[in-house]
Design a protein around this ligand. Sequence first.
Ligand code: SF4
Ligand code: SF4
Length: 85
Amino acid sequence: MKLHYAFLVGPRTSLDNKTGSWRLTRPILDRDKCSRCGLCELYCPDMCIVMVGDHYVIDYDYCKGCGICAHECSAGAIQMRPEEG
Ligand code: SF4
Ligand code: SF4
């Protein structure tokens, strides 16, 4: 049997597999607290924090809720909240 693990390797390698459904906690980004340092964008393993215009947004289609972004944000601009539903 041939196994396919490609979607688990590397950042955002599976645009066909929206990994957001894996999420148990959701990062909420407070734009007013954000200094736009870019650390969350740098550390997110799925590259789902991107600059849109002059602020960062989180792509919830791919965010797995790992919490790394919140951990790395020294400004406290990202809070993890339980996913609803
Ligand atoms: S790490 Fe925090 S302060 Fe830096 S860009 Fe991300 S949300 Fe903003
Ligand atoms: S919780 Fe943060 S670091 Fe983890 S996948 Fe989502 S946006 Fe990226």
